[in-house]
Every structure is written in structure tokens, then in C-alpha cells.
Design a protein around this ligand. Structure first.
Ligand code: 6R9
Length: 667
């Protein structure tokens, strides 16, 4: 046994110490699951290979098309691929109208669980009615096809309703996570030239009323364009608000358009359904653009094949719709399949730590999908919380957002899944739109700690610097060598950055050979199972939120008296990633409380509380290369208590010892 109490060959989280492959027992899917699985034929991998790219028709066939497509994939202008380019469809029609037409109008579409214990159920008919009314209201406010509507709402039903209303009239939405700051909202609205905003007065945070509208007001003040704003009254008398110029009350608009219907606008498959900003390697967030046809086909297909969602299911993805996981697997995937999707507004431990299990139990949830950071928290809280409830309705569990190591994986399967639920560890990104690496739960053996093989039709590989496949067990870069339907079309208004960020590194444009680079490192084993390790770029993944180090650093250096900052991720003993900020002041001296507090406040204001550093380490200087680049990698090793490599390339190697001593004191 080692000092962290684990078996010698594996570390605290169950990873192999020599870094070769995840260890532990593997699991076959239980026969009872395979029998009922949407996909259970092992031949599916070969079938997709033999018929690529036409195999993706299987995904497109899950949708209703206004105009059928002739071409599956057009690659003349790679890497700007076009999926189902001559087809036409409407995403809201696919998520609503067609389920009414097929006799499912009284089937629950959304079961909403509010933070204060409120509950609301929307049948497909209820959702259809409200989406139509709001679509009519948006039109009346001047929203036209292709106008970007920004949505800045917490997890209340009006969020998916506003998204679907936009989709219905062909207006791309840009949802900004409600926890982000006024500055972050303004940057995103400015970048997208968005003149419409849907927000709310506020929301409850652990019982307290929190003002969202004042953040939206500040963002609007920072913008040059006029912004027409719809405000959802979430808090009523708990937070009275007044509407100013160009501001409209959501419920009054609905009353004004009661009973209105709006013909769904038939969109080209390649028309933009939405954009979603995500952090990148430079300070500017990237507006990832998703199509209507390819995206919707891929999310519907993976909801069907990976999450095994069936129309009769009650399905729950406990993510926030403000990020891609919620777009794809709370809203578009499950609603396209006509299932019941649960939407939960609150945190997992309010009012108590069994909150999620109480919701699973009461709603008899069939499929549950969450993030490793949550699973690690459940594990820390103890098995008594899930044990208190009847979780026997669960048939399948999923994980997304970060690597999940074997220990929490097994805990999840044992204590939430009753020991026999298959667990899918799904790897994908904002840019991939939908799941690209995962086991198929009705087909594949599960290996805790490994996401699994690339899905049928997906050509993911682990390669070395030169782009050659690495030997099994070795670490390399995760690339995807062929296009896939859910892939981002481009970055909003920035085709050039799309190419440089994702395609340049491993492609050979002269040979028309294009390979997508994910920004992740990974290992692959003899069976082709991929274990994703983490990011190689300057992006930190905190509880599934992607944060750019540059964004955080610029918020720190904005504070008076601060000279420089470098931000890195540190793994906490529990396996969570925390933000470590190394800061040097202008005076070179250790600052007082004022600067410390100002740094924390500024980061929260510029990005949001999730980005606030856990630890601030002051140092007279930051370690730099001779060309003046801050050595983040080295600072990351210091934060993680790892041994340092050669520091001779540094201009100021002596500073490293001082920083180590400082970190030692803090830790
Ligand atoms: C869906 C989503 C993408 C980044 C990705 C990777 C990490 C996601 C993972 C995983 C290991 C998994 N990631 N799923 N790492 N195993 N199953 O999270 O999108 O917010 O864009 O983040 O998250 O590093 O590159 P997004």
C-alpha cells in the first residue's frame, strides 16, 4: 500500500501509476439491458465503416425533413464541411409539432424541479403552445430570420422555451450561462452583434433572491447597439423590478399573443441553429457555430444509441442548459426523440445532500447523466444519501465533462446504479456538438477509466507530434480524422480562427488532408479504447466549466497594483480542478488584503464566481523563458507538487525555489 492508502500499482483515483491503461475489472453490459437496448448489434461498427458517409442517414432518419436531402456530405470546401446540404427542416418542429401529430400531445415533455421545491410539468402540447406564443412575440419585437437572440436565463422552463421559439422562427440563439458576469454577457452580445436579449429579474441561490437583471442592465450599458430585452418575472415580490425603455415583460407578451401560432420556418440543414461561446487559448471567447440538420441528427442519434433514450422514458441530464451538454442532452436530443426530460434548477445539496436521489425516486428516472465533479462530491458525502431512496428505476448512467477515474466510476455504478447499471463515459466537446467517443451500452464492454472506442462512423485517433498513431499505452494528441454531422461549422465571423485553432496543427491542406485537433491528450489501448487525460492548451476545466487562463489573468492584471499574473489548474486531493493564480505586484512586495479582495472581486465580475482562484500565490516575479513567455507548465507542476524538469531554459531560474517555498506555506 502507498501512503494514500491505495494499491501500489494504482494511484488514489484508481489510475495506473505507470500510466499505461486503466486497471480494474471490466464489465459486460447486463443481458437484461442488451435485450431492450436501442442499439445491440455489434455489427454496427462495420456497417458504418462499410457505408461511410451514407451511414449517417441512420441519424438523419430520426428527424422529420421538410425537404429530403440528396447529398449526405459535401466536402469540397474542407474543413468547412456541409452535412445533408440540400435538405430542409425546422428544429422546433422536430422537437414539438411532430410529437403532437403522432398522438403524444399529452405526454410530458419537461418536468421542471425548481430550487424552492416548486414543480411544473409541460406536456408536448403545453410546450408547443408556449413556444408558439413566444415565437409570435419575438417576431413582433422585430426578430427576423438569422438575427442572433441572446438568452441569459437560469434553469427555468422559459430557457428551453425561448430556445425553441428562436429555432421556430429561424433566429439563432446564443445562450450565455446565467452565472457569467455582465462583462462576459456584453462581450458575447457585442461579438455576435446581438440586438435581442431574454433574461429574468433574478433567481434563488440557496434560498436568497439574487439579482440577474442588474447584470443584464450593466451589460446593456456597455453595448453600442440598442437591445430589446424580454424579462421573465421569476421572483415576483421577492425582488420587485421596473421595466425601462425597450424592456418587455415575458408574461405580458404571452398574454398579448395568447393562442398565437407561428408556422415553423423551413431552414437549410446548413443554416445556423445556435452559437455557443466557449473559452479558447486567447482572451477572446470563441463563438462556436452549429448547424440545424447535422447537429440535430447527431444529438438525436447519440441520445438514441448512447443514452438509450426511448420515448416512454423519464430522462435526466443534470447539467446546465447554459453549456453545450444542456443544449444537446437536456433540450434538443431528448425532445427530438419525444421523451420526458427532467430539468432541475438547484444545486445537488440543497436543501440536503439527497436532493438528486429524491428527484430520481419521485420521478422514476430511467436514465441519469451527470459530471464527474458531481460524482466525486456524492462519493465524498457518502453512500447513505443514495441508499435512502429507491433508485431501482435507473437503467443507464452517464458521465460527461471531465475524465472520470475508476474509483468514482465504480462508486457511481455501485451506489447509484445498484451495481448493475451500465455506465457510459462520454467524451465530446462544444465543438463536436454531440458525443463522439463512448461505449455503446448495449454492445460494448465497459472499462472504468476509459471513455471507450470512437462511436461508429467516428474516426478518432491518438497521435504523436508528427501525427502518427501512438503505440497502445502511450500518451498522444486526440484527433478526429473524418468529419461528423454534429461538428461545429465555424467560429462566428471568424473562419480563419476556426482553421488555425482546430485544423492547422495536424492537417496537410496541400494534400487536402484534414484532421481536427481536439486540444486534448489521450491514451489508447490494444482494444482501441481511449482514455482522455486533459487539455494541452491554456484552458482549465473547473467542474466541467471551460475557462481560458488568459481571461482569468486579464481580470487579475486589471486590478490596480498588480503587475502580472499566471493562472494554472491544480488537482485537489478529491480529484477536482482548482484555480491557482500566481501574481506579482508592481511594488514586488506581498500585497495587503485590499489587493487580494480586489482580485477575487474582479475575477467574479469579469467572468463569474466559478472563475475565482482558490489560491493566490504572490511572487516577486513569474518564471519566464528567455523569449519572455511565462512558463505556465512549470507553475502547474509547482501547484501540483510535482517534480520539476529542467529549469535551465529560464531567464530567472532562481525564482522557482522561492515560489515552491511560498506554495508549500500556503498548502
Ligand atoms: C461536453 C463538454 C470539452 C472538454 C474536452 C475534455 C473534457 C469532456 C470528457 C472530457 C475526459 C470525458 N471532457 N468529456 N474529458 N472524459 N468523458 O464537456 O464540452 O464544455 O466544450 O468541454 O471537456 O477536455 O475537451 P466542453
Amino acid at each position: 500500500m502507498t501512503d494514500d492508502g491505495s494499491d501500489e500499482m494504482v494511484d488514489r483515483n484508481g489510475w495506473d501509476r505507470d500510466g499505461t491503461a486503466p486497471t480494474g475489472t471490466t464489465h459486460d453490459p447486463p443481458a437484461s439491458f442488451v435485450e431492450q437496448a436501442n442499439v445491440s448489434d455489434p455489427g454496427i461498427y462495420e456497417a458504418f465503416e462499410a457505408d461511410w458517409p451514407s451511414c449517417w442517414t441512420r441519424a438523419a432518419d430520426l428527424l422529420s425533413w421538410d425537404e429530403p436531402y440528396d447529398t449526405v456530405l459535401e466536402d469540397a470546401d474542407a474543413p468547412f464541411y456541409r452535412w445533408f446540404p440540400d435538405g430542409r427542416l425546422n428544429a422546433a418542429y422536430n422537437c414539438l409539432d411532430r410529437h403532437l401529430e403522432s398522438g403524444r400531445k399529452n405526454h410530458a415533455a419537461i418536468r421542471w424541479e425548481g430550487k424552492q421545491g416548486e414543480r411544473r410539468t409541460y406536456t408536448y402540447r403545453d410546450l408547443y403552445v408556449e413556444v408558439n406564443e413566444f415565437a409570435a412575440a419575438l417576431r413582433d419585437l422585430g426578430v427576423e430570420e438569422d438575427d442572433v437572440v441572446t438568452i441569459y436565463l437560469p434553469m427555468i422552463p422559459e430557457l428551453p422555451i425561448a430556445m425553441l421559439a428562436c429555432a421556430r422562427i429561424g433566429a439563432p440563439h446564443s445562450v450565455v450561462f446565467a452565472g457569467l458576469s455582465a462583462d462576459a454577457l456584453a462581450t458575447r452580445m457585442d461579438a455576435a452583434d446581438s440586438e435581442f436579449l431574454v433574461t429574468c429579474d433574478g433567481y434563488y441561490r440557496r434560498g436568497d433572491a439574487f439579482n440577474q437583471k442588474s447584470k443584464a442592465d450593466n451589460a446593456r450599458l456597455a453595448l453600442e447597439q440598442d437591445v430589446r430585452t424580454v424579462v421573465v418575472d421569476r421572483l415576483g415580490d421577492d425582488l420587485p423590478h421596473v421595466l425601462g425603455d425597450d424592456e418587455y415583460d415575458y408574461h405580458e407578451l404571452r398574454d398579448a399573443f395568447a393562442g398565437a401560432t407561428v408556422e415553423p420556418v423551413s431552414r437549410d440543414a446548413e443554416d445556423m441553429l445556435f452559437l455557443m461561446y466557449t473559452s479558447g487559448t486567447t482572451g477572446e471567447p470563441k463563438g462556436v457555430v452549429h448547424s440545424t440538420g447535422g447537429y440535430l441528427a447527431h444529438v438525436a442519434w447519440t441520445s438514441h444509441a448512447v443514452l438509450d433514450v426511448k420515448p416512454a422514458d423519464t430522462y435526466w441530464c443534470a447539467a446546465d442548459i447554459g453549456w453545450i451538454t444542456g443544449h444537446s442532452y437536456i433540450v434538443y436530443g431528448p425532445l427530438a426523440l419525444g421523451t420526458t426530460t427532467v430539468m432541475y434548477e438547484g444545486p445537488p445539496d440543497y436543501p440536503d445532500r439527497d436532493r438528486l436521489w429524491e428527484i430520481v425516486d419521485r420521478n422514476a428516472v430511467d436514465v441519469f447523466y451527470t459530471a464527474p465533479t458531481a460524482i466525486r462530491a456524492f462519493m465524498k458525502w457518502g453512500e447513505e444519501y443514495p441508499t435512502e431512496h429507491d433508485l431501482s428505476s435507473l437503467r443507464l448512467l452517464g458521465s460527461v465533462g471531465e475524465p472520470i477515474s475508476p474509483r468514482p466510476w465504480n462508486w457511481y455504478r455501485d451506489h447509484v446504479g445498484g451495481g448493475d447499471c451500465p455506465v457510459v463515459d462520454t467524451w465530446w466537446q462544444t465543438e463536436t456538438g454531440a458525443v463522439t467517443i463512448s461505449t455503446l451500452p448495449g454492445v460494448d464492454e465497459m472499462k472504468p477509466g476509459s471513455a471507450g472506442p470512437p462511436l461508429p462512423g467516428i474516426d478518432a485517433n491518438v497521435v504523436d507530434e508528427a501525427g502518427n498513431p501512438v503505440e497502445p499505452g502511450r500518451t498522444g494528441y486526440l484527433t478526429i480524422d473524418r468529419p461528423w454531422p454534429g461538428m461545429a461549422q465555424t467560429l462566428y465571423d471568424n473562419d480563419e480562427r476556426f482553421v488555425t485553432e482546430y485544423w492547422q496543427r495536424f492537417s496537410d491542406p496541400a494534400a487536402d488532408d484534414w484532421r481536427y485537433f481536439s486540444g486534448d491528450t489521450a491514451r489508447i489501448d490494444e482494444d482501441g479504447y481511449i482514455t482522455v487525460l486533459g487539455r494541452v492548451d491554456d484552458v482549465i476545466n473547473v467542474s466541467g466549466h471551460r475557462l481560458g487562463t488568459m481571461e482569468v489573468e486579464s481580470a487579475i492584471t486589471d486590478v490596480d497594483g498588480v503587475a502580472e499574473a499566471a493562472v494554472v489548474g491544480r488537482s485537489s486531493p478529491a480529484g477536482d480542478t482548482e484555480i491557482y493564480a500566481y501574481v506579482s505586484t508592481e511594488s514586488g512586495r506581498e500585497p495587503g488584503d485590499r489587493i487580494r479582495a480586489a482580485i477575487r472581486e474582479n475575477v467574479a465580475a469579469a467572468i463569474g464566481p466559478i472563475a475565482t482562484p482558490t489560491e493566490l500565490v504572490f511572487t516577486p516575479e513569474l518564471p519566464k523563458t528567455r523569449s519572455g513567455k511565462i512558463m505556465r507548465r512549470l507553475l502547474e507542476d509547482v501547484a501540483n507538487g510535482e517534480s520539476l524538469g529542467d529549469t535551465s531554459a529560464l531567464r530567472n531560474p532562481e525564482i522557482v525555489g522561492e515560489i515552491q517555498a511560498e506554495v508549500g506555506d500556503e498548502g
